[in-house]
Ligand binder design. Structure first.
Ligand code: ADP
Length: 386
């Protein structure tokens, strides 16, 4: 009897141990699956890292290079990975670009901004310079932080851009001189014929049109010249103190005279700023001209002023075509034009680029709120600086 009871207990204990073993076995299975998937992921990452035609590198938190791929070696003209591993990217950066790199690295590592892009140049093993586009991200692995960087050689693209800018610069300079003379002649001609009793209304109108087209041409040439200057970082501000009323009253008379649209001012125009009045006028003219161009059926264009304590915000609001949100991130890029609803309006895609550069130079921000079919509100802020 006793033996049967003992055997039953043993059977129960064996069953319990068996079920525990089953559980452990399934854990082991999961662990092996996890380890296999990790291994697969690792293999996939290594294949992508190694076979990318773009230079790839991984750096540690002390900024030393831990890993590079074959493309990175060839970009910098080295043969063996060991030559790069243990060095830092600043070792390959000409002195004049160090500060730029340092600021970006600091923003990435200390302020934990998740990624950055940078156009800069690196020195190759043979001493020659290579222009490149850098994209970096920060990632965590086993409680440690690493940086992963992709480097693209853009030397040829950049040379083409520099040649194009040089050409535009020379061509617009050459155009500007005869255009200025032509403008002066037409203005004088207009003044003379107005006083002449023999000249017919038709001739006066033609001469007025000629002045209008020369104005338009002058603005286009100015835009081209400005855009190359800005690309070279040559934008200089001449600041003075003025009220926003001074700025707005003198701005966009050409629109008022044409009679197609009405410009209304709202908000506190008595606000004062210290800024470059001529350049802000240029920004407003760009925004208002766009409102006229892209809101042909609407009558009112509102320029609204808002006090933001240390800054002022100015918005140019129209009830025109509006812009699809897909295009908005690119609007302020150089030469960007929206190809929407068969955009028939002429332009160079420079007005918003130039406006953004002027506002950035003032330490302000620029943007747009827009709804397709309803209209747009282009806004910018500038510090009062008072
Ligand atoms: P441009 O007018 O010469 O094309 P801009 O840089 O001034 O160049 O504007 C870029 C693009 O933004 C324009 O091509 C146009 O499609 C769009 N855009 C600008 N302002 C407006 C507006 N008020 N309403 C609708 N679209 C606009």
């Amino acid at each position: 009897m006793e033996t049967i009871e003992t055997l039953q207990k043993e059977i129960a204990s064996l069953k319990e141990q068996n079920s525990k073993l089953q559980l452990t076995l399934s854990d082991v299975k999961i662990d092996t699956q996890y380890a296999t998937s990790l291994k697969d992921n690792n293999l996939r990452f290594r294949t992508i890292f190694e076979s990318s035609r773009l230079g790839n590198k991984i750096i540690g938190s002390d900024l030393t290079i831990l890993e590079v791929n074959a493309a990175m070696l060839s970009l910098l003209g080295y043969d063996r990975k060991e030559e790069l591993i243990g060095t830092r990217i600043l070792d390959y950066t000409p002195q004049e670009y160090h500060q730029h790199w340092k600021q970006l690295q600091e923003s990435l590592w200390r302020n934990a901004s998740p990624s950055f892009s940078l156009e800069t140049c690196l020195r190759k093993k043979d001493g020659s310079l290579m222009w490149c586009n850098i994209n970096s991200i920060i990632f965590q692995d086993n409680d440690k932080t690493y940086g992963f960087t992709i480097i693209e050689n853009i030397t040829v693209k950049r040379e083409l851009r520099v040649h194009k800018d040089e050409f535009i610069n020379i061509a617009s300079h050459e155009l500007k001189t005869p255009l200025t003379s032509l403008k002066a002649v037409i203005q004088l001609f207009n003044r003379i014929i107005k006083k002449d009793p023999v000249i017919t209304e038709k001739v006066i109108e033609l001469a007025r049109n000629a002045e209008h087209y020369v104005e338009k041409l002058t603005r286009l040439v100015e835009d081209l010249l400005n855009s190359t200057r800005m690309g070279e970082g040559q934008l200089k501000l001449t600041k003075s103190k003025f009220t926003l009323k001074d700025l707005l009253d003198g701005c966009c008379n050409h629109v008022r005279l044409s009679g197609t649209h009405q410009i209304k001012h709202t908000g506190d125009l008595s606000l004062e700023v210290i800024a470059d009045k001529y350049k802000l006028d240029q920004v407003l003219v760009n925004l208002v001209n766009n409102a006229v161009k892209y809101a042909p059926g609407a009558v009112d264009i509102i320029i609204h002023v808002e006090d933001l304590q240390d800054n002022v915000m100015i918005s140019v609001i129209d009830e025109g075509t509006g812009i699809s949100e897909d295009y908005i991130p690119f609007l302020f890029d150089r030469y960007y034009r929206v190809n929407q609803d068969g955009n028939q309006n002429s332009g160079l895609g420079l007005g918003l680029f130039i406006s953004a550069e002027i506002i950035r130079k003032h330490g302000g921000a620029i943007g747009v709120k827009s709804e397709l079919g309803r209209g747009s509100s282009f806004w910018f802020t500038i510090p009062k600086d008072i």
